[in-house]
Each structure stands twice: as structure tokens, then as C-alpha cells.
Design a protein around this ligand. Structure first.
Ligand code: ISL
Ligand code: CA
Length: 556
């Protein structure tokens, strides 16, 4: 089978915020269809769409109430069919988001499970009586508060690692597993080309739900060691592969929380090979302190080590994914670059890294025009349940201002402000009132302006996507860092079959000299983000300007 998912580029759409077609302020499938020519022009190969199934929307569709139905706000089944056909007509593959760790509490299975403990769905979720009114374990949920909620109907607690409207499925029950496999086959039989598997390494929960460690000042314990990469997980994934994946020409991308490269090996390179690549979080935690709400200084050396380590551990037998943005992360140009003083330079420097690493690159909607974080002004502007809960907990300590500041830096809503298509009303996203604020900087940062500007961030992405496609060394070549301990510059070779590229990335807002010593005489400049450098003589390396990115080719 071909390596289409290794060679290609993935674009992620968060449907609620992509393009509204009917003025209700919510992005939808007809809106996506109307933008497919644009995605084709950008040059992407695969489209991952965040969940489009029926959902009461407690967590923007990651709470599914019917896996077989398209959510009416997003369109009809007919619209989905048309999307698939129109994508395939353009040679773009479709990757659906599969959320199988939990469902919505409004899913029929949960409704039956809570009403009829002895019935066929009684054992579909994690139910526990609790001891004398005490929670079954001290685990905290990812969105704040306890991971257990009392159900008045069943008179028991149920487990939810996320929102209380997202009860966790009981994967120990073989009937749960068969229902999920059946549902997966349904979408693959319709022609879908792959899945992004939401929090797939959390399926197995340790027997007895052992209490986790409670940190100072916190109310709930850390259950992560007891529900991530559990003992039965390998068996579940192997079974999933046997029952579903291996029968299709498809890609499987697992989202894995709290997983390092050595743990990841088991999914990627086990004989059974259930997952093709992982969305891990190690490089996203570099500016987190004790959890995401605690800020730490970004450390480039650590960031580079993580990338190097995943390459070393995984690539001999498997393959990596790489991303800087998604719907859960703040905007990369605001986070790792300088969106005020070096917007173009830092956005294109990050693009150069994304598109020259040995991993399938993920481009998140709006990243290709350098969309930035939004400066949240008020509680009423928040939409994300995680940020809302965080704000409320801080408000109890009278720290509202600090909370908004941190939310503006790291909150998930930064990624969810609508795509800035043009200077028109609501950035061209909707003719109605958008469900979430549009970032007011759309007057300056928008797609239609960048399409017409040859020297825009958008056209830099396009050119580099094309460049990567035509240079296999940048895809499957070796990865060798130089000056790995340099705190401002990320520098690496990519080599394959006698072709070598050197990539230099300045992560700082200062000029940097880089001693490339002996090899500089045999380098020729091929690409970069400072136009005046295009003609420089090839026998010396000029200082790197702020956020400069350069690609050289070794010409011996
Ligand atoms: O963004 C996070 C909170 O800091 C992460 O912990 C996030 O919840 C985690 O990456 C899992 O994400 C996925 O599952 C969640 C959903 O809210 C996210 O949008 C999804 O990407 C629950 O389904
Ligand atoms: Ca709509």
C-alpha cells in the first residue's frame, strides 16, 4: 500500500468556526463545500474535520449523541455525501474525528443505561455506588471538578474524565466494543479514508479506580496514571485493528494524552500496528508549568530535544505527526512567535519548521494566514467549557483579571474564533451573529487580502507545501540536528540519497550569527522568509535576521 498519509499534508477544520452558509452564525458542511477550491489551491492532501455527528454541544461536538447522524446545524446526510464526493474529486482524502472514549449523556445508550441497570445497556458505562456518599475515587476531570457525577435516576455515580455530559464508555464490555467497531465500519464503507481517534489511550481504566495523588491546594486527585495507557489498551487496539482498520486502505491517527515516545512505540510499531501516527502533547507542554494554567518560559532546547527524541524513537519502525496548532491550542504565531512586531516573519518561520520536519504536517484552519490569539475582554466572550470553569474557579479567589489574561494566552477559544476570510462583515464567516467573537484584527489579517499578495504568509505556505511535495528528502530523509543546545536557533539536516538540505530557524527577535563552519562553501540558498536574502553569495552564511528561516541545499 502506498504511503499517501506519510507524504501528504493534513488540514484540520473545526466546522463550527470555518464557514457559515445560512446566516445562523454556525459554520456548516455546505460552508466547507463552498471552500474546497480554496483547500485545493492551498495544496493539501487530507482533510480532518472535528466531529460532525449529532451532539447537544456541551463540548462542541466531542459529546456525541448519535454516531450515525450528521448534526442538523451542520447539514444533512446529503450534504455529507456531497462533501465526500467533492473532496475525492479533488484527490483530497477525508479523515473523520472518532470520539469513542465517551459519548454524550444524551446518547441512547446512556439513557437506557441509567434507567435499566439490568438491561442490555446497563453495563455500557462506568457505574459505581460510591461508599456512604463518598465519590468512588478522588479523580478530577480534565475540565475541572470531580470525574464522578451522581445520577439521580440510577442512584449511582458515573465516570466522566471530561465534562459531566461526556460519560466514559466501559471498554471492558465486549458489546460496547462491537457497537463501536460496527459504527466505524459504517463510515469507512461510505468511503471515509481515515480516523483521528480522540483520547484513544484513555480507554482502559485501572481496576478499582485507585485514588490519585492530590497536589497542594487541590481538591481532586490525578487519575492519569490509572487511566492512560492502561494494561488492556493494547488488546483493545489490536482488536480494533483486526475488526476494522486492517480491512481498509486508511490512516489512523491516535490522540494520546500523557504519552512519551517510548510509550508510544507500542501503538506505532507493535506487530499489529494499530495506529499510524500519534498526536502527542510533549512539545505542547514546553510552556506549561504545573498544568496548562500555570505558565512557564518557552525553552527551545527542550522543544528541540522532544522533536529529536520522537524521531529517534519512532521513525525506525513507524511514523510521526507534527502540529503547532489545533482546536485545543492557542495560535502558534502568538505563542511561539511575535504576532505584533514580526507577524509575517515568525509565522513563516514556524511554517518552515512545520513543513520540513520528518512527520506528516498538520495545518489548522487560519494558521496559513497567521491568525492570532484573541485578547479576551470579558467572561461573556468565553465559550469553551474548560476556560469557563477555570475562570469561575479563579473568580472565587477574586482573580478574574489574571484568569482572563491566562485564557488569552493559552485558552482553547483562541483557536475557535472564526476563520478570517475577508474584510467583509464578520470576516466573511457569517452573515448572522457568529456563535463566538470574530477577532477584530480581520481587517488586517484575512485570506482574500493574502491571496492577492504574492509575499503573504498564505503564499509562503503554498510555496513550501509545493516544495516539500517535490523534495522527498524533506519527507523521509534523515533528521540530524546541529547545535542542539543553541537556545535561539533550531538547525537540522535532512538527507536522502545524496540530496541534503540544511534548515536554519531563528526563534528569536534578534539577529543571530550561526557558525556553519566548514560546510558553508558548499551550500546554496533555496528558500526562506527574508526576500532580500535570495541572491546572497553561497560561500558565506549571513547573520540570521529576527525569526528568519532559511533552507540551503548542499551542492556537492
Ligand atoms: O485541551 C485540553 C485541556 O487542556 C486537553 O486536555 C484536551 O482536553 C485533550 O487534549 C483531549 O482533547 C480531545 O478530547 C476532548 C475534547 O474536548 C478536545 O477538543 C479533544 O481534542 C474531549 O473529547
Ligand atoms: Ca450555519
Amino acid at each position: 500500500m502506498s504511503n499517501w498519509w506519510k507524504d501528504g499534508i493534513i488540514y484540520q477544520i473545526y466546522p463550527k468556526s470555518f464557514q457559515d452558509s445560512n446566516g445562523d452564525g454556525i459554520g456548516d458542511i455546505p460552508g466547507i463545500i463552498s471552500r474546497l477550491d480554496y483547500l485545493d489551491y492551498l495544496g493539501i492532501d487530507m482533510l480532518w474535520i472535528s466531529p460532525i455527528y449529532e451532539s447537544p454541544d456541551a463540548d462542541n461536538g466531542y459529546d456525541i449523541s448519535d454516531y450515525y447522524k450528521i448534526r442538523p446545524e451542520f447539514g444533512s446526510d446529503q450534504d455529507f455525501e456531497e462533501l465526500l464526493i467533492e473532496l475525492h474529486r479533488r484527490d483530497i482524502r477525508l479523515i473523520l474525528d472518532m470520539v469513542v472514549n465517551h459519548t454524550s449523556d444524551e446518547h441512547e445508550w446512556f439513557q437506557k443505561s441509567r434507567k435499566d441497570p439490568a438491561g442490555p445497556y446497563g453495563d455500557f458505562y462506568h457505574w459505581q455506588p460510591g461508599n456512604n456518599g463518598e465519590l468512588p475515587s478522588n479523580w478530577g476531570s480534565f475540565f475541572g471538578g470531580p470525574a464522578w457525577t451522581w445520577d439521580e435516576i440510577r442512584q449511582e455515580y458515573y465516570l466522566h474524565l471530561f465534562h459531566k455530559k461526556q460519560p466514559d464508555l466501559n471498554w471492558e464490555n465486549p458489546e460496547v466494543r462491537q457497537e463501536i467497531y460496527k459504527m466505524m465500519r459504517h463510515w469507512l464503507d461510505r468511503g471515509v479514508d481515515g480516523f483521528r481517534l480522540d483520547v484513544i489511550n484513555l480507554l482502559d481504566k485501572a481496576d478499582g479506580y485507585p485514588d490519585g495523588q492530590i497536589k497542594d491546594g487541590q481538591k481532586y486527585g490525578n487519575g492519569v496514571p490509572y487511566f492512560s495507557n492502561g494494561d488492556r489498551l493494547d488488546d483493545y487496539l489490536a482488536e480494533m485493528n483486526n475488526e476494522v482498520f486492517r480491512h481498509y486502505d486508511m490512516v489512523t491517527i491516535g490522540e494520546t494524552i500523557a504519552t512519551d515516545a517510548s510509550q508510544a512505540k507500542t501503538f506505532i510499531s507493535s506487530e499489529n500496528h494499530p495506529l499510524d501516527m500519534l498526536i502527542h502533547f510533549e512539545h505542547m507542554s514546553v510552556d506549561h508549568g504545573d498544568g496548562k494554567w500555570d505558565k512557564a518560559e518557552f525553552d527551545l532546547v527542550e522543544f528541540k530535544n522532544i522533536i529529536g527524541n520522537w524521531d529517534k524513537e519512532i521513525r525506525p519502525e513507524g511514523w510521526n505527526a507534527f502540529y503547532l496548532n489545533n482546536h485545543d491550542q492557542p495560535r502558534a504565531v502568538s505563542r511561539f512567535g511575535d504576532d505584533e512586531n514580526y507577524h509575517y516573519q515568525s509565522a513563516t518561520m514556524l511554517a518552515t519548521m512545520l513543513l520540513t520536519l520528518p512527520a506528516t504536517p498538520f495545518v489548522y484552519q487560519g494558521e496559513e494566514i497567521g491568525m492570532t490569539n484573541y485578547n479576551f475582554q470579558d467572561f461573556n466572550e468565553l465559550r469553551d467549557i474548560e476556560s469557563i470553569n477555570y475562570y469561575k474557579s479563579k473568580a472565587k479567589e477574586n482573580k478574574e483579571k489574571a484568569a482572563l489574561k491566562r485564557i488569552s494566552e493559552i485558552g482553547r477559544d483562541n483557536a475557535r474564533t472564526p476563520v478570517q476570510w475577508s474584510k467583509e462583515l464578520n470576516a466573511g464567516f457569517s452573515e448572522g451573529k457568529p456563535w463566538i467573537k470574530v477577532n477584530p484584527n480581520y481587517q488586517a489579517i484575512n485570506l482574500s487580502q493574502q491571496r492577492n499578495d504574492e509575499d503573504s504568509i498564505l503564499n509562503y505556505y503554498r510555496a513550501l507545501i509545493e516544495f516539500r511535495r517535490n523534495n522527498q528528502a524533506l519527507i523521509s530523509g534523515s533528521f540530524e540536528q546541529i547545535a542542539a543546545d543553541d537556545e535561539e536557533i533550531f538547525a537540522y539536516w535532512r538527507r536522502l540519497d545524496g540530496v541534503s538540505y540544511l534548515v536554519l530557524l531563528n526563534f528569536s527577535n534578534k539577529e543571530q550569527s550561526f557558525l556553519a563552519d566548514s560546510f558553508c562553501s558548499i551550500l546554496s540558498y533555496v528558500n526562506g522568509n527574508y526576500f532580500e536574502e535570495k541572491e546572497h553569495p553561497d560561500n558565506s552564511l549571513p547573520d540570521l535576521k529576527p525569526y528568519e528561516a532559511r533552507i540551503y541545499r548542499q551542492s556537492n
